[in-house]
Design a protein around this ligand. Sequence first.
Ligand SMILES: Nc1ncnc2c1ncn2[C@@H]1O[C@H](COP(=O)(O)OP(=O)(O)O)[C@@H](O)[C@H]1O
Ligand SMILES: [Mg+2]
Length: 421
Amino acid sequence: MNILVLGSGAREHSICWALKKSKKCEKLFCSPGNAGIEKIAECKFLNLNKKLQILNFCKKNSIDLVVIGPEEYLANGVSDYLQNKGIKTFGPVKKAAKLETSKSFAKSFLLKNEILTPKYHKFTSLNKALDYLNTVNFPIVIKADGLAAGKGVVICKNLNQAEDTVKLMMKKKKFGNAGEKIIIEEFIDGFEISYFSFIDKNTFLPLGYALDHKRAFDHDRGPNTGGMGCFTPSKKVSKNLEKKIIKNVIEKTFLGLKKENFIYRGILFFGLIIKNKEPYVIEYNVRFGDPECQTILRKLKTDFLEILSSITKDKLGEIKITNSRKSVVCVVLASKGYPESYEKEKLIPNLKKIKDNNRTIIFHAGTKTLSSNLVSNGGRVLSVTSIGKDIKEARKSAYKVLKKLNWKDGFYRKDIGFKNF
Ligand SMILES: Nc1ncnc2c1ncn2[C@@H]1O[C@H](COP(=O)(O)OP(=O)(O)O)[C@@H](O)[C@H]1O
Ligand SMILES: [Mg+2]
């Protein structure tokens, strides 16, 4: 099969890596890709807004499967367009992507389908939102309705902070249209997990989970980021809890999608907070998470290409998933200054000296090749991903590589997977 992967993060690098392992993978293309992906796939820049350009590329290269990584492509209707033109595509259509692109849409879907989620109110009027704040207990969670690149959620400790946040979103329009509507939500005190399930028209198939570290600095300090590292599995997640997640969250969601007549062919990410052993759905993401994807795919034993390809034919029911029992830890190496401002095109001198091995793979995110040198090209730069017999062993391998990398223009958290296992 000839495959085109869309995206440029470590998530897409790990997707390419997993696809490449399949005997059925013939030619692998990626757009736009990065310096790591370039080594295993042919990279080509295709404009996300020029769907015809993507279609023509698919026709010219006899592409049998398009795999969409980032939400922007899904929000932009790339999956609808390609599927309508007869190209098999992994990733949901725009209507179903609304589960991620509108938090208020996701909330009403959750309520309609009787799935446990924090209590909330939706506002389109600044004054009504401000009045409401006088009636709540703190902390409270304020969320911009639309896509805000992981920055549209603020946990407010007091009235002052909450008023400022609402004004920033609705009056100063910090997130543009995404903040015209907001939701104000009950704070749930528990631990967070990211759970994943494949879905096609006929069925769903749970894949697994990872625990993400969103804050920039050790001990969960500093601003929220796209994710600084994660690990799987965790002792906190019992078989019973998983059963509950599958029955009360995934199955109900799948049936809800059916009721709405949303044809969903892809992966669905359930952002959950577990409190008193009950999973609350915090959000849906309509694609793989980054860095969760890097860890989960390293445990997957089933042929990844076969899974994706069967989903596009609505034959997911024929697949059985086998995961390794080992543990995986992923530590993100980011540019100094991330998630705020940072410099690009910084040399990563030791990277070319370090070879991937059975234990550790370095997935690239913001990297590019500049006059045959590897340089940084984004906030999150590398995902060092290690597998081991337990979390401790996997952690050890990952940090050993980070030490060797010794990148003076970057930073990483030292406590990934340190607690919770
Ligand atoms: N109701 C809530 N209670 C406690 N923490 C929350 C709640 N909602 C969100 N959070 C925290 O904020 C983070 C971001 O919220 P989320 O809804 O996942 O938005 P996004 O990923 O789009 O930024 C979550 O990962 C979680 O840590
Ligand atoms: Mg989230």
